[in-house]
Design a protein around this ligand. Structure first.
Ligand code: B12
Length: 363
């Protein structure tokens, strides 16, 4: 298993090294349980865990790291079926304890407490967490049949049928909003769950993602067909975020709704967003974040845009925002949502109000 490598501060890199070697010094059993492959992954995952921890501290979110501990526990249980669940529980608790010890050595005393609070909560969560419930409900409800059919095409890697099926649903019986948000998105979530449950490999997940991107691109004709008489919006994923399908769907849906959309893709840094705003002069920017590690950079971008371009409306959303409660009260944004439909409805109302105010000002 490989998670993402993230930028850590220098002291946190030393924490990572301490934790890795302390695991093997403290627990002789690990020598037998961890192959060279597992050790290599463990080293990378420690960096990843610390980057999550760092974010929880930076954005001052009380639930983020505990939720992550729950997700991580299930991932480890699924990836190491040769080890009993309680043995993995023991390893994870030791892991958080070793991070506390290393942090006490490496970090400035003024910030140690903010880190240990999150780690203690992760320990309490790990003590009681049960492996994830694997009940599947994606095939239920009004859209269930379409999700199931599309997922089956993906599981068989049948690119042609997957495309034909999804394009045949357009206006018969579903509109583009439903196809994107009620069928493609839940199927991608299901694919993610199967990766997390170790039922799909990384290459399979990647291939299914690229097929879905191909499906999305087949709607371009209808998307760019509508007249552009509303405002202009700019959309992207921030920082080193690689997840871009949410941002792409948001842009497409705005374009389809009569907006002029500027889609910058994934992993866009602050300076590039700033330049793009100067060039395209959007009425609204929509920032998408999937991995919580990119929340800090998103906050920085929001603050910069708010102070440099005060007339531009700012919306934030994506999976990461379902995992934090630190946004609404503390960020200078106009909307935080995880719902494309809510965003477009809100943008249309806000745009109309602004247009009316401008008209009154001109009279
Ligand atoms: C596809 C995918 C990838 C692809 C992305 C490719 C691409 N070009 O986009 C790749 C392979 C790169 C990838 C990599 C990783 N991934 Co990944 N990935 C996924 C997966 C399966 C689907 C994501 C997706 O496309 N969803 C469909 C879109 C349409 O949904 P969405 O983004 O939520 O967007 C909707 C709404 O949120 C909303 N929205 C989105 N943005 C905005 C913005 C505004 C303003 C508003 C209002 C609304 C809004 O509208 C959209 C339309 O409905 C998810 C599973 C999941 N639950 O999402 C895992 C998932 C997100 N990945 C995960 C992980 C762990 C990773 C990796 C670390 C490891 C890995 N699997 O390889 C790396 C990290 C990469 C990085 N540096 O960022 C985990 C994250 C868990 C966690 N702890 O947070 C997930 C949840 C899988 C899982 N179940 O465990 N991944």
């Amino acid at each position: 298993m490989s998670l993402l490598k993230n930028d850590l501060s220098e002291p946190m890199r030393r924490v990572a090294e301490h934790v890795y070697s302390a695991h093997f010094e403290e627990d002789e059993q690990l020598d037998k349980e961890y192959s060279p492959y597992r050790r290599d992954r463990m080293r990378q995952d420690i960096v990843y865990n610390l980057s999550f921890l760092q974010t929880a501290v930076e954005i001052d979110d009380q639930q983020l790291f505990a939720n992550y501990a729950e997700w991580l526990f299930s991932l480890m249980v699924n990836l190491m079926p040769d080890l009993p669940t309680n043995r993995i529980r023991e390893q994870m608790i030791t892991h958080y304890q070793l991070i506390i010890q290393a942090i006490e050595k490496e970090l400035d005393s003024s910030i140690i407490a903010s880190y240990t609070t999150h780690l203690k909560r992760a320990i309490e969560t790990t003590k009681v967490v049960q492996p994830k419930n694997k009940e599947r409900n994606y095939a239920e409800g009004k859209y269930g049949f379409a999700r199931e059919a599309y997922l089956n095409y993906l599981l068989n890697f049948d690119v042609q049928k997957a495309i034909e099926y999804m394009t045949s649903l357009y206006n018969n019986p579903f509109d583009l909003m439903e196809i994107y948000t009620e069928i493609l998105r839940p199927v991608m979530v299901e694919i993610g769950e199967r990766w997390h449950d170790n039922e799909l490999s990384v290459d399979e997940e990647h291939y299914m993602t690229s097929i879905t991107q191909l499906v999305v691109s087949r709607f371009y004709d209808v998307i760019f067909d509508s007249p552009k008489e509303k405002g202009r919006m700019l959309c992207c994923s921030v920082g080193s975020e690689l997840h871009e399908m949410g941002a792409r769907m948001i842009s497409d849906l705005f374009e389809h709704d009569g907006w002029d959309s500027v889609y910058l893709g994934a992993g866009v840094p602050l300076q590039a967003i700033s330049k793009a705003i100067e060039r395209h002069k959007p009425d609204l920017i929509a920032l998408s974040v999937t991995m919580p590690q990119h929340l800090s950079i998103c906050k920085e971008i929001v603050e910069h845009v708010r102070s440099t371009f005060p007339s531009v409306k700012i919306a934030v959303g994506g999976r990461a925002f379902t995992m934090t409660d630190a946004v609404n009260t503390k960020w200078p944004i106009d909307l935080a949502s995880n719902d494309a439909k809510e965003l477009i409805t809100w943008a249309n109302v806000t745009f109309l109000e602004t247009a009316n105010e401008d008209a009154i000002a001109c009279d």
